[in-house]
Write a protein that binds this ligand. Structure first.
Ligand code: F6R
Length: 326
């Protein structure tokens, strides 16, 4: 079942080019994003003045990226909410709010409860789900499926990347339907969407690098992930400024005795390279799609660190694949 891989997690990491391709390609027709599931996007978005993206765990992290990308694309307020907090935070629900629920399993109890609360208060619910016919899929007004295939390892990988890609596609689709995006920008995003599977493969072709780096770092007591907010939301100048800032963060951390592994794109290798002990380089892509590629080195690093530490990779201690109790 693991097709020669030592763990489901690695198998599923390696399946990402295919999972992303299956999620994207049926929805790209003649260089247009087509989401038949939504039939009338203008109707769906009519009177919507606020969007909530609600999810748990990794799916919530997808929502956090979505918040930045969608606000930039749609020019309306978007909030990413942890499903477990949603019911208790008195969200502004009603007909003018659209609620997006993201869930691999479609069975996570907190996400389900948030969905029901949203519907009870009169909001439309659109879900992004991997498991067909799951509870969340059944109770949503609209469902977009990620075509990641079954995900067995508890730590999500291919479901995460496909959720991300689909959420970004949906944002671009809506902004196009609402005429809120320049044609050039839209065309550039479509081109880059098409090349994502290939670019993921490029990263995955270099497993030895992650294996080696993990072997060097696995016995450190702590690893900190440092980064500024999603700098793509700030445009080119802002992005440049933030990069300069993150460079000075690296110098600061190093001067306090830490070693630095930098995750960077081909464009900034030279700037960053002189400061970092190790680099994970991803191919260049559209800024909005960068998080799809950026997560792959982090998955591989986590996998090989866990392997070196002798962890139970596919079933980490005290974690369940989907949490269906409160
Ligand atoms: C982390 C992980 C969990 C899930 C979370 C939501 O690797 O898998 O954090 O993301 O439990 O699960 P779903 O997406 O099934 O609702």
């Amino acid at each position: 079942e693991k097709c020669g891989y030592s763990h489901f997690m690695l198998k599923e990491i390696m399946e990402q080019p295919e999972a992303v391709r299956k999620t994207i390609s049926p929805r790209l027709v003649n260089r247009e994003i087509v989401l038949e599931e939504l039939n009338d996007a203008k109707e769906l978005m009519k009177n919507i003045s606020r969007i909530y993206i609600v999810a748990c765990g990794s799916a919530y992290h997808v929502g956090m990226v979505g918040k930045y990308a969608w606000e930039k694309l749609l020019h309306i307020p978007v909030e990413a909410c942890l499903a477990s907090e949603f019911r208790y935070s008195e969200p502004l629900l009603g007909e003018s709010s659209l609620v997006i629920v993201i869930s691999q399993s479609g069975e996570t109890l907190d996400s389900m409860a948030a969905l029901r609360e949203a519907k009870r208060k009169g909001s439309k619910v659109l879900s992004i789900v991997n498991v067909m016919g799951s509870s969340i899929a059944r109770e949503s007004d609209y469902v977009l499926y990620t075509w990641a295939g079954p995900e067995i390892a508890v730590a999500t990988t291919k479901a995460y990347t496909t959720q991300m890609v689909l959420l970004l596609m949906l944002g671009n689709y809506l902004t196009k339907q609402l005429n809120r995006i320049e044609q050039d920008e839209y065309a550039a995003i479509i081109r880059e969407l098409q090349s994502l599977p290939e670019k993921i493969s490029v990263i995955l072709n270099n497993l030895e690098h992650y294996q080696k780096t993990a072997a060097n770092y696995f016995n450190h007591n702590s690893i900190f992930y440092i980064g500024r907010n999603l700098d793509y939301a700030l445009g080119l100048e802002g992005s440049l400024k933030l990069k300069e800032k993150s460079l000075s963060n690296i110098v600061e951390v190093k001067s306090r005795g830490a070693e630095v592994i930098a995750l960077t794109t081909e464009l900034t290798v030279n700037q960053i390279g002189s400061q970092a002990s190790e680099m994970f380089v991803i191919p260049k892509t559209h800024l909005l799609l960068q998080p799809v590629l950026g997560v792959i080195p982090l998955q591989l690093f986590a996998y090989y660190v866990a392997l070196n530490r002798g962890c139970d990779i596919d079933k980490p201690r005290n974690l369940a694949k989907s949490v269906t109790v409160e």
